[in-house]
Design a protein around this ligand. Structure first.
Ligand SMILES: Nc1ncnc2c1ncn2[C@@H]1O[C@H](COP(=O)(O)OP(=O)(O)O)[C@@H](O)[C@H]1O
Ligand SMILES: Cc1ncsc1CCOP(=O)(O)O
Length: 265
Protein backbone atom coordinates (compact mmCIF):
# COMPACT_ATOMS: atom_id res chain seq x y z
CA UNK A 1 0.00 0.00 0.00
CA UNK A 2 1.26 3.47 -0.87
CA UNK A 3 1.93 6.12 1.77
CA UNK A 4 -1.01 8.42 1.04
CA UNK A 5 -3.54 5.60 1.30
CA UNK A 6 -1.94 4.13 4.43
CA UNK A 7 -1.95 7.52 6.17
CA UNK A 8 -5.55 8.19 5.14
CA UNK A 9 -6.66 4.81 6.55
CA UNK A 10 -4.72 5.37 9.77
CA UNK A 11 -6.43 8.73 10.26
CA UNK A 12 -9.84 7.10 9.78
CA UNK A 13 -9.37 3.88 11.73
CA UNK A 14 -6.76 4.73 14.43
CA UNK A 15 -5.64 1.09 14.91
CA UNK A 16 -3.86 0.01 18.07
CA UNK A 17 -0.18 -0.91 17.56
CA UNK A 18 1.23 -3.11 20.31
CA UNK A 19 4.95 -2.65 20.98
CA UNK A 20 7.23 -4.83 23.07
CA UNK A 21 10.28 -2.65 22.83
CA UNK A 22 13.43 -1.35 24.51
CA UNK A 23 13.60 1.16 27.36
CA UNK A 24 16.00 3.49 25.49
CA UNK A 25 13.79 4.77 22.67
CA UNK A 26 10.36 3.87 24.03
CA UNK A 27 9.11 7.49 24.18
CA UNK A 28 10.20 8.28 20.63
CA UNK A 29 8.63 5.04 19.38
CA UNK A 30 5.29 5.79 21.10
CA UNK A 31 5.23 9.34 19.75
CA UNK A 32 6.22 8.30 16.21
CA UNK A 33 3.33 5.81 16.28
CA UNK A 34 0.86 8.43 17.51
CA UNK A 35 2.07 11.11 15.05
CA UNK A 36 1.66 8.63 12.17
CA UNK A 37 -2.00 8.16 13.11
CA UNK A 38 -2.07 4.89 15.07
CA UNK A 39 -2.51 4.39 18.81
CA UNK A 40 0.60 3.06 20.59
CA UNK A 41 0.58 0.75 23.58
CA UNK A 42 3.69 -0.58 25.28
CA UNK A 43 2.93 -3.79 27.18
CA UNK A 44 5.47 -6.48 28.03
CA UNK A 45 4.16 -8.47 31.02
CA UNK A 46 3.79 -12.16 30.20
CA UNK A 47 0.39 -12.08 31.93
CA UNK A 48 -1.20 -9.55 29.52
CA UNK A 49 0.62 -9.58 26.17
CA UNK A 50 -1.60 -12.14 24.43
CA UNK A 51 -4.71 -10.18 25.39
CA UNK A 52 -3.18 -6.89 24.24
CA UNK A 53 -2.08 -8.29 20.88
CA UNK A 54 -5.59 -9.67 20.56
CA UNK A 55 -6.86 -6.09 20.40
CA UNK A 56 -4.16 -4.68 18.10
CA UNK A 57 -3.83 -4.11 14.36
CA UNK A 58 -0.10 -4.90 14.38
CA UNK A 59 2.58 -6.12 16.80
CA UNK A 60 6.11 -4.67 16.81
CA UNK A 61 8.85 -6.69 18.54
CA UNK A 62 12.11 -4.83 19.25
CA UNK A 63 14.91 -6.72 21.04
CA UNK A 64 16.97 -3.61 21.98
CA UNK A 65 17.06 -4.35 25.72
CA UNK A 66 15.93 -7.96 25.77
CA UNK A 67 16.10 -10.51 28.56
CA UNK A 68 14.86 -14.09 28.82
CA UNK A 69 11.46 -13.12 30.27
CA UNK A 70 10.89 -10.56 27.53
CA UNK A 71 11.58 -13.14 24.84
CA UNK A 72 8.89 -15.36 26.41
CA UNK A 73 6.48 -12.39 26.33
CA UNK A 74 7.34 -11.74 22.67
CA UNK A 75 6.58 -15.38 21.81
CA UNK A 76 3.23 -15.27 23.63
CA UNK A 77 2.24 -11.97 21.98
CA UNK A 78 3.42 -13.20 18.59
CA UNK A 79 1.39 -16.41 18.83
CA UNK A 80 -1.71 -14.40 19.70
CA UNK A 81 -1.06 -12.06 16.73
CA UNK A 82 -0.51 -15.05 14.42
CA UNK A 83 -3.79 -16.63 15.53
CA UNK A 84 -5.60 -13.44 14.50
CA UNK A 85 -3.56 -12.96 11.33
CA UNK A 86 -2.29 -9.48 12.26
CA UNK A 87 1.16 -8.43 11.00
CA UNK A 88 4.16 -9.02 13.27
CA UNK A 89 7.19 -6.77 12.65
CA UNK A 90 10.61 -7.61 14.11
CA UNK A 91 13.45 -5.13 14.74
CA UNK A 92 16.47 -7.32 15.58
CA UNK A 93 18.37 -4.53 17.39
CA UNK A 94 21.97 -5.56 18.02
CA UNK A 95 21.73 -8.97 16.30
CA UNK A 96 25.34 -9.84 15.52
CA UNK A 97 26.70 -7.91 18.53
CA UNK A 98 26.14 -10.76 21.01
CA UNK A 99 25.15 -14.40 20.72
CA UNK A 100 22.11 -13.81 22.93
CA UNK A 101 20.66 -11.20 20.54
CA UNK A 102 21.35 -13.25 17.43
CA UNK A 103 19.82 -16.39 18.96
CA UNK A 104 16.77 -14.48 20.24
CA UNK A 105 16.08 -12.98 16.79
CA UNK A 106 16.50 -16.42 15.19
CA UNK A 107 14.15 -18.01 17.76
CA UNK A 108 11.45 -15.39 17.16
CA UNK A 109 11.79 -15.95 13.41
CA UNK A 110 11.55 -19.71 13.72
CA UNK A 111 8.67 -19.91 16.23
CA UNK A 112 6.52 -17.05 14.90
CA UNK A 113 5.14 -16.10 11.52
CA UNK A 114 6.92 -12.78 11.22
CA UNK A 115 5.63 -10.52 8.40
CA UNK A 116 8.63 -8.20 8.10
CA UNK A 117 12.08 -7.73 9.60
CA UNK A 118 13.58 -4.24 9.69
CA UNK A 119 17.09 -3.47 10.92
CA UNK A 120 20.34 -1.83 9.94
CA UNK A 121 22.64 -3.43 7.36
CA UNK A 122 24.76 -5.30 9.94
CA UNK A 123 21.79 -6.74 11.83
CA UNK A 124 20.15 -7.94 8.63
CA UNK A 125 23.43 -9.35 7.25
CA UNK A 126 23.83 -11.33 10.49
CA UNK A 127 20.39 -12.91 10.06
CA UNK A 128 21.25 -13.74 6.45
CA UNK A 129 24.39 -15.55 7.60
CA UNK A 130 26.68 -13.01 5.91
CA UNK A 131 29.74 -11.56 7.61
CA UNK A 132 28.91 -8.32 9.43
CA UNK A 133 30.19 -5.98 12.11
CA UNK A 134 27.63 -4.79 14.66
CA UNK A 135 29.13 -2.72 17.48
CA UNK A 136 26.44 -2.60 20.17
CA UNK A 137 23.46 -1.39 18.14
CA UNK A 138 25.44 0.23 15.30
CA UNK A 139 26.20 -1.33 11.94
CA UNK A 140 29.82 -0.76 10.88
CA UNK A 141 29.91 -0.77 7.08
CA UNK A 142 28.12 -3.48 5.13
CA UNK A 143 26.10 -3.66 1.95
CA UNK A 144 22.42 -3.04 2.82
CA UNK A 145 21.21 -4.16 -0.61
CA UNK A 146 22.96 -7.52 -0.49
CA UNK A 147 21.91 -8.05 3.13
CA UNK A 148 18.22 -7.40 2.38
CA UNK A 149 18.26 -9.60 -0.71
CA UNK A 150 19.95 -12.55 1.03
CA UNK A 151 17.86 -12.29 4.20
CA UNK A 152 14.58 -12.09 2.27
CA UNK A 153 15.57 -15.18 0.28
CA UNK A 154 16.65 -17.21 3.30
CA UNK A 155 13.91 -16.11 5.74
CA UNK A 156 11.06 -15.95 3.23
CA UNK A 157 9.63 -12.69 4.63
CA UNK A 158 9.79 -9.00 3.71
CA UNK A 159 13.15 -7.59 4.83
CA UNK A 160 14.24 -3.95 5.11
CA UNK A 161 17.89 -3.05 5.63
CA UNK A 162 18.20 0.64 6.53
CA UNK A 163 21.00 3.13 6.01
CA UNK A 164 21.63 6.17 3.78
CA UNK A 165 19.54 4.21 1.22
CA UNK A 166 17.00 1.71 2.55
CA UNK A 167 16.64 -1.61 0.70
CA UNK A 168 13.38 -3.58 0.93
CA UNK A 169 13.12 -7.10 -0.52
CA UNK A 170 10.60 -9.91 -0.53
CA UNK A 171 8.30 -11.90 -2.77
CA UNK A 172 10.62 -11.43 -5.73
CA UNK A 173 10.66 -7.64 -5.42
CA UNK A 174 13.57 -5.34 -4.57
CA UNK A 175 12.88 -1.67 -3.78
CA UNK A 176 15.23 1.15 -2.84
CA UNK A 177 14.17 4.16 -0.76
CA UNK A 178 16.29 7.27 -1.12
CA UNK A 179 14.49 9.54 1.32
CA UNK A 180 16.18 10.43 4.61
CA UNK A 181 18.83 12.68 6.11
CA UNK A 182 22.18 12.06 7.88
CA UNK A 183 20.76 13.64 11.08
CA UNK A 184 18.61 10.49 11.43
CA UNK A 185 21.85 8.65 12.15
CA UNK A 186 22.63 11.08 15.01
CA UNK A 187 19.46 10.44 17.03
CA UNK A 188 19.28 7.30 19.16
CA UNK A 189 16.11 5.42 18.32
CA UNK A 190 15.57 6.56 14.73
CA UNK A 191 15.79 2.93 13.57
CA UNK A 192 13.31 1.87 16.27
CA UNK A 193 10.99 4.72 15.22
CA UNK A 194 11.20 3.78 11.53
CA UNK A 195 10.24 0.19 12.43
CA UNK A 196 7.33 1.56 14.50
CA UNK A 197 6.11 3.45 11.42
CA UNK A 198 6.32 0.20 9.43
CA UNK A 199 4.11 -1.35 12.13
CA UNK A 200 1.56 1.47 11.64
CA UNK A 201 1.50 1.04 7.85
CA UNK A 202 1.19 -2.74 8.24
CA UNK A 203 -1.79 -2.21 10.56
CA UNK A 204 -3.39 -0.01 7.90
CA UNK A 205 -2.69 -2.42 5.04
CA UNK A 206 -3.25 -5.67 6.96
CA UNK A 207 0.09 -6.94 5.64
CA UNK A 208 3.76 -5.98 5.41
CA UNK A 209 4.42 -6.48 1.71
CA UNK A 210 7.52 -4.76 0.25
CA UNK A 211 5.58 -1.78 -1.17
CA UNK A 212 3.92 -1.05 2.18
CA UNK A 213 7.25 -1.30 4.03
CA UNK A 214 9.10 0.85 1.45
CA UNK A 215 6.41 3.53 1.56
CA UNK A 216 6.53 3.59 5.37
CA UNK A 217 10.30 4.18 5.20
CA UNK A 218 9.89 6.81 2.46
CA UNK A 219 7.33 8.72 4.56
CA UNK A 220 9.68 8.50 7.57
CA UNK A 221 12.62 9.65 5.43
CA UNK A 222 10.62 12.61 4.06
CA UNK A 223 9.85 13.62 7.65
CA UNK A 224 13.59 13.48 8.36
CA UNK A 225 14.32 15.73 5.35
CA UNK A 226 11.65 18.20 6.44
CA UNK A 227 12.90 18.23 10.04
CA UNK A 228 16.50 18.82 8.94
CA UNK A 229 15.47 21.97 7.04
CA UNK A 230 14.65 23.82 10.24
CA UNK A 231 16.57 22.09 13.03
CA UNK A 232 19.80 23.30 14.63
CA UNK A 233 21.17 19.83 15.50
CA UNK A 234 20.16 16.41 16.87
CA UNK A 235 18.22 17.83 19.85
CA UNK A 236 15.82 20.05 17.93
CA UNK A 237 15.80 17.55 15.06
CA UNK A 238 14.05 14.88 17.17
CA UNK A 239 11.15 17.21 17.97
CA UNK A 240 10.90 18.48 14.40
CA UNK A 241 10.86 14.89 13.17
CA UNK A 242 7.70 14.22 15.19
CA UNK A 243 6.20 17.51 13.95
CA UNK A 244 6.87 16.51 10.34
CA UNK A 245 5.45 12.98 10.78
CA UNK A 246 2.26 14.51 12.21
CA UNK A 247 2.03 17.20 9.49
CA UNK A 248 2.37 14.65 6.65
CA UNK A 249 -0.12 12.33 8.36
CA UNK A 250 -2.62 15.18 8.63
CA UNK A 251 -2.22 16.08 4.95
CA UNK A 252 -0.65 13.22 2.95
CA UNK A 253 -1.09 15.16 -0.31
CA UNK A 254 1.98 17.23 0.72
CA UNK A 255 4.08 14.09 0.14
CA UNK A 256 3.16 13.98 -3.53
CA UNK A 257 6.34 14.05 -5.64
CA UNK A 258 8.62 13.73 -2.59
CA UNK A 259 8.69 9.94 -2.13
CA UNK A 260 11.77 8.39 -3.73
CA UNK A 261 10.92 4.68 -3.97
CA UNK A 262 12.28 2.79 -6.96
CA UNK A 263 12.21 -0.78 -8.22
CA UNK A 264 15.77 -2.11 -8.37
CA UNK A 265 15.16 -5.78 -8.97
N1 LIG B 1 23.03 8.92 6.31
C1 LIG B 1 21.69 8.79 6.22
N2 LIG B 1 21.02 9.44 5.24
C2 LIG B 1 19.69 9.31 5.12
N3 LIG B 1 18.91 8.56 5.95
C3 LIG B 1 19.52 7.89 6.95
C4 LIG B 1 20.93 7.96 7.14
N4 LIG B 1 21.25 7.19 8.21
C5 LIG B 1 20.09 6.65 8.65
N5 LIG B 1 19.04 7.07 7.89
C6 LIG B 1 17.64 6.71 8.08
O1 LIG B 1 17.42 6.58 9.48
C7 LIG B 1 16.55 5.49 9.79
C8 LIG B 1 17.28 4.54 10.72
O2 LIG B 1 18.29 3.89 9.98
P1 LIG B 1 19.62 3.32 10.63
O3 LIG B 1 20.43 4.43 11.23
O4 LIG B 1 20.26 2.46 9.58
O5 LIG B 1 19.02 2.37 11.76
P2 LIG B 1 19.56 1.99 13.21
O6 LIG B 1 19.22 3.18 14.06
O7 LIG B 1 18.76 0.76 13.52
O8 LIG B 1 21.03 1.74 13.09
C9 LIG B 1 16.16 4.88 8.44
O9 LIG B 1 14.88 5.39 8.07
C10 LIG B 1 17.25 5.37 7.47
O10 LIG B 1 16.75 5.57 6.17
C1 LIG C 1 21.33 2.53 22.30
C2 LIG C 1 20.45 1.35 22.50
N1 LIG C 1 20.86 0.32 23.29
C3 LIG C 1 19.96 -0.65 23.36
S1 LIG C 1 18.56 -0.33 22.48
C4 LIG C 1 19.19 1.15 21.94
C5 LIG C 1 18.45 2.04 21.03
C6 LIG C 1 18.74 1.69 19.61
O1 LIG C 1 18.07 2.55 18.76
P1 LIG C 1 18.35 2.68 17.18
O2 LIG C 1 19.06 1.43 16.75
O3 LIG C 1 17.00 2.80 16.62
O4 LIG C 1 19.17 3.92 17.00
Amino acid sequence: MRAAEALRRLGERRPLVHHITNYVSVGLVANATLCTGALPVMAHAREEVAEMSGAAGALVLNIGTLDERQVESMLAAGKSANERGIPVILDPVGAGATRMRTLAAERLLSELEVSAVCGNAGEIATLAGLSAEVRGVESIGGDAGAAAREAAASLGVTVAATGPVDHVCGGGRALAVENGHPLLGRVVGSGCASTAVIGCFAAAAGSADPETVAHALAYFGCAGEEAARTSGGPGTFEGRLLDALAAFAADPSVLSGQLRVSDVG
